[in-house]
Ligand binder design. Structure first.
Ligand code: FES
Ligand code: FE
Length: 455
């Protein structure tokens, strides 16, 4: 049976009022229309053209370690289940909707089950999605209950990279590794650096913020320019350095497929930085990764970035209490759009499987105190994103574009040891502009994943 297509809200790149989407993003000069951060029609187009076509993060394999484990998530506005089959132990992902009346089948955030039974009339599904039993099966003619055709609807494509599970609803999507492109090199640095692999600790923290989702990704493209002001209280408490230029010496990288990141070096250190990881983890990194990876890890202690469209990370080493020693942590977060002006944030704490109890404790506490939902940094950031969202919907405000022009003249560093276009600064808006140029491709092109380099 054919799936009914949702009506298109606009044709090609033209919005209903005749505005061309191309006029909303000037990637050459760094001007972005405020309209993209809250217009309901643009939001609907984002769901249709970006979220229902792109590879989106679902969760980490360690969240469903045992047969029958499931977690419930969101994939492009649709509820889904990620479940480890109790027979094959493979991870599958399905629309969380019963084939009878569409009821949500799995209603917990997380559980372990022998089967998945719908709470409405009791239709029961195996952990591989197959329909096992319907209520009063004897009352159906054979052709009215073909159980082999009535399993849970699978996510169209599911794949994982270093244990990170992604899914897409688009049957024409490229393979996940093609989609990630050069970002794989940097994912290796984050979640492929330990011979023992990584795990998620606890459940993700989940909260809702009244912001357009792109203000979060905009901040996580590597925006260091907000540190001295937004997080000025941390400077006053001497938890960040007082000199604004201390934040300026990094490298901003455009991997050319919308995935962008930022690497921040520490002051000269003969032993290197390796993100501030404990010696055991540094040894694992050296044993696992290429020389280029090792050289980059040696010189840097912070990295922030975004996998297009809405998965971001923080590999950070900061103090979480006044006068306290800094601790490193790896935090992944997903910005799930729930409306033009609202975003559900998922935030996961990752750590190497062989982490010592001391490293785990220090790292987890630092994450919660700094970038958990009530963290001393996170609260500052959310205040900005909510206010930007409120103000930018104004019709007067929308007559004036937003300014993304810092350091746009800067030439890339040809000697950077990793892939991508690497700009030798931490103060620039070229990665943000690269992200928006890719956003525009997805919003206007039939094949936004071709290898054409974006700028
Ligand atoms: Fe699921 Fe009826 S809606 S059994
Ligand atoms: Fe911040």
């Amino acid at each position: 049976m054919a799936i009914i297509e949702r009506p298109q809200s606009s044709e090609g790149s033209l919005l209903r009022d005749g505005t061309d989407l191309h006029d909303l993003v000037d990637a050459d000069f760094g001007r972005i229309s405020r309209r993209i951060y809250g217009d309901p029609e643009i939001f609907e187009l984002e769901m249709e053209r970006i979220f229902r076509r792109a590879w989106l993060f679902i969760g980490h394999e360690s969240e469903v370690p045992e047969p029958g484990d499931y977690v419930t998530r969101d994939l492009a506005g649709e509820p889904i289940i990620m479940v480890r089959d109790d027979d094959t132990e493979e991870i599958g992902a399905f629309l969380n909707s019963c084939r009878h009346r569409g009821m949500r089948v799995c209603r917990a955030d997380k559980d372990n089950v022998a089967f998945m039974r719908c709470a409405y009339h009791g239709w029961t599904y195996a952990t591989n999605g197959d329909l096992r039993a319907a209520f009063a099966e004897e009352l159906y003619d054979e052709e009215h209950l073909k159980k082999e055709e009535l399993g849970l609807i699978p996510v169209t494509k599911v794949a994982s990279y270093h244990g990170m599970v992604f899914g897409t609803w688009d049957e024409n999507a490229p393979d996940l590794e093609d989609y990630l492109g050069d970002m794989k090199f940097y994912l290796d640095l984050l979640v492929g650096r330990s011979p023992t692999g990584f795990r998620v600790v606890g459940a993700p923290q989940v909260w809702e913020v009244n912001t357009n989702w792109k203000f979060a990704t905009d901040n996580f493209t590597g925006d260091n320019a907000h540190l001295p002001t937004t997080h000025g209280s941390m400077v006053e408490l001497q938890m960040l350095p007082p000199d604004p230029m201390a934040f300026s010496y990094g490298t901003m990288i455009d991997t050319t497929k919308g995935h962008v990141l930022h690497m921040v070096p520490g002051p000269p250190n003969p032993d290197g930085y390796y993100f501030g990881l404990p010696p055991e983890q540094v040894d694992g990194l050296k044993a696992t990764l290429s020389q280029a990876h090792q050289d980059i890890a040696r010189d840097h202690f912070i990295s922030v970035g975004t996998v297009f469209p809405n998965l971001s990370y923080l590999q950070v080493m900061v103090s979480s209490v006044m006068g306290g020693p800094p601790a490193p942590f790896l935090n992944w977060r997903m910005w799930v759009p729930t409306g033009p002006h609202s975003t559900k944030i998922y935030s996961w704490f990752f750590i190497e499987n062989n982490a010592s109890a001391e490293y785990l404790k220090d790292s987890y506490e630092c994450y919660v105190r700094t970038f958990g939902p009530s963290g001393i940094y996170e609260q500052d950031d959310m205040e900005n994103w909510e206010e930007c969202t409120r103000v930018n919907v104004g019709k007067i405000a929308q007559q004036y574009d937003l300014h993304h022009g810092m350091n746009m003249h800067l030439e890339p560093n040809p000697d950077w040891k990793g892939p991508g276009i690497a700009y030798p600064t931490s103060y620039g808006e070229m990665t943000q502009v690269a992200y928006y140029a890719n956003w525009l491709r997805w919003m206007t092109e039939d094949d936004p994943t071709s290898d054409k380099v974006q700028k």
